[in-house]
Design a binder for this molecule. Sequence first.
Ligand code: PLP
Length: 361
Amino acid sequence: MSQFTLEPHPNPVSPEARAALVEAPSFGTVFTDHMARINWSAGGAGWHSHRITPYGPLQLDPAAAVLHYAQEIFEGLKAYRWADGSIRTFRPAANAERFARSARRLALPELPPEDFIDALHALVEVDQAWVPSKPGTSLYLRPFMFAAEPFIGVRAAHEVFFLVIASPVGAYFKGGVAPVSIWVDQTYHRAGPGGTGAAKCGGNYAASLVSQEEAYSHGCEQVLFLDAATSTTLEELGGMNVAAVMADGSVVTPPTSGTILEGVTRSSLVQLIRDRGREVAERPIELAGLLEAIKMGQVVEVFACGTAAVVTPVGRLAGTDFDVTVADGAPGALTLSLYEELTGIQYGLREDKHGWTHRLL
Ligand SMILES: *Cc1c(COP(=O)(O)O)cnc(C)c1O
């Protein structure tokens, strides 16, 4: 943990209590004893004060710009405990680079990728006992950065905080790898051309919550957004990318042309599918054509993907004037085998041909 100073928690969770918390993790509710922090100041100081501190509430001025103008970005990745006792993460450089791209879009300072990855190492080292070991569990790492300067004039902040917090997690969806129902939003959009859709920022999520509530009210777990310009082509879910499998075995997924998030899971799956000799087309998917193709049996699987949920089968697509079951509503064969392959690589049970795993400890 090179340049990170450690301020140990004076009163960490006891080993017994920790074991119970790590044993039955529910997504995003339990946090480890520590957090990583780096501050940034304009005017030459740059990134400074790298440290690991006890996990706890932040002191924030009520005028902190993030609370008013949402100048904030985040990342999400996981630490996995392997059978040999080592702890690994998955393609952290991709997250570090995306974090820098998100920072540029939100007029935040770019954190050097080395600092991003060093922070993960430092935090996981001190809180390694929090990395669960049961199949399907991991330690979810949440790096984030926001405008901390107390100033309610509108401009990019001169004081910025970067933190990493960590949370032991089990399966994201309570049903495990069970198919989800998706509500297709025909009213609101999460992003538009020239907007922040390709940046991982909290504001995109804020804009998606009303749609998520609408999805729940229609008995759906997730919402799918259409393009803002024409409301005819698929973009992505609130926090996951989407793909469809054709009867001939090829796969289609919307292109990352600025309004959707460039998922690390998405790009990894595209590679794994191509490794199998299957074709992947990154092209716009018309909603009307998709619904028709599902009914005709030309589209045989639909799945969503992202770090939190990995690969999730979509069993049903519903909207104001349609309600379509994908195939027989059961998880598709390719979806399940991709889940097996990707998690196999992440947990060290499958060969890592592309050098994606990264040892933390
Ligand atoms: C994080 C995120 C994803 C998934 O990205 P991964 O790198 O695969 O975790 C997809 N869409 C949105 C909007 C996201 O925020």
